[in-house]
Design a binder for this molecule. Structure first.
Ligand SMILES: [Zn+2]
Length: 388
């Protein structure tokens, strides 16, 4: 027998026994056992709870208590455990501490962090219509926003840039976020429309709203707003004794042209000038009654340049002449009209483009720069606009 070995075992055994005793005392030293949801816990328990409306602290506490089991000296004392601090108030985001025990003796602390991790909900219109060239911004949105916690989120709304410079379907992204940083997005669709309206025949027409533009295109497919009339009509001079009107700028340009024609000894009568929409309608319908092809020389209401107050029908007498171009007046006008801002609006050889027969008598004021350009390039107004 080796005594030395035995001694070593005894020496080693004493600390081991001591350690085992310490472990035993640690586990059973506290005679209070706390279980929450069937799991043993220490004297404190932390938890995170999602905020919801109407939640009150008492409810959170009751919920905790209902899952709590406390034994002391192997005796169940759960029924005696109560909330030591009185808390009966609505819940906000943040941390709340609940202490539980019996009388002044606290056994367990429950720490709850109330959080909002739920993204807001966006509800409302997903499809919109916008006019070409007009900005589409978040102010145009028709949306409602719901959030579990935050009340007013509409101020956080943002919308991606929408390009309304061209017609078509555009996508947009609406974003919204709550105070806790939760974000929601929604895709919307914006149909950017040309300035079109439908006529009685069901055809799509371009509505020409920019009536201040003296170069405005007006033709069977480009029409004036219903009921539009110029507000700057001015009476003009000519050889005959009939009253005729043009918009101010065209009238001023006409007076210069007329004065120059007079100086060259040219006789010039105005047969037609500004017409109201009602008059144009009457005129067109009267042509249409006797001729189904009236649209090739007479404009439907809202599409006549006479309604625009920028057009004249000219003659050397009181009739319109197909061969005006061969007359002295026609020759003079061909040479000089563009210098004063006037063009033959429906030229010979461009009938397919203008959709009108050649009208040597019908002059349109477009301003001096454009009249010069169209004269040099031999372009109709339709070609000028389709080339741009
Ligand atoms: Zn005319």
């Amino acid at each position: 027998m080796n005594n030395v070995k035995l001694n070593k075992m005894i020496l080693l055994g004493i600390p081991l026994l001591f350690l085992a005793t310490a472990v035993y005392f640690f586990l059973s030293g506290s005679n209070v056992q706390i279980e929450y949801q069937g799991q043993q816990i220490r004297d404190q328990y932390r938890e995170t709870i999602e905020y919801r409306q109407g939640l009150v602290l008492q409810e959170i506490s009751d919920q905790f208590l209902s899952q709590l089991k406390v034994t002391k000296d192997d005796q169940d004392i759960t029924a005696d455990i109560e909330l030591l601090t009185n808390m009966n108030e609505p819940v906000n985001l943040g941390t709340y501490t609940f202490d539980y025990g019996i009388d002044d003796e606290m056994y367990v602390r429950y720490v709850v962090e109330i959080v909002d991790t739920t993204a807001p909900v966006i509800d409302g219109t997903k499809s919109y219509v916008a006019q070409i060239g007009k900005p589409f911004t978040k102010e145009n949105l028709q949306l409602t926003v719901y959030d579990a916690y935050d009340m007013d989120l509409l101020s956080t709304i943002s919308l991606s840039d929408i390009d309304t410079s061209k017609a078509g379907i555009k996508k947009g992204i609406v974003k919204i976020h709550d105070q806790s940083g939760n974000e929601s997005t929604m895709e919307i669709e914006i149909e950017v429309l040309d300035k079109t309206v439908n006529n009685e025949q069901g055809e799509q027409l371009f509505l020409q709203k920019d009536t201040e533009d003296l170069t405005l295109l007006l033709n069977p497919s480009h029409v004036l707003p219903d009921g539009w009339e110029p507000d700057d009509l001015q009476m003009i001079n000519h050889d005959a004794n009939t009253a005729h009107y043009l918009r101010k700028e065209a009238a001023d340009a006409w007076e210069q042209l007329y004065a120059a024609a007079k100086q060259d000894g040219i006789a010039v009568n105005v047969v037609s000038s500004f017409r109201t929409q009602a008059y144009q309608e009457m005129l067109f319908n009267s042509y249409l009654e006797i001729d189904p092809d009236a649209a090739s020389y007479s404009a439907r209401p809202r599409s006549s340049e006479h309604e625009l107050g920028l057009a004249l029908d000219l003659s050397y007498d009181d009739q319109l002449h197909d061969d005006l171009q061969t007359s002295v007046l026609g020759q003079w006008m061909e040479k000089h009209a563009y210098q004063y801002g006037w063009i033959v609006r429906y030229p010979e050889g461009k009938e397919d483009i203008t959709q009108y027969i050649y009208e040597p008598w019908h002059y349109r004021y477009v301003g001096v720069p454009l009249a010069h350009y169209l004269h040099e390039q031999i372009l109709s107004l339709e070609e000028y606009y389709s080339n741009r």
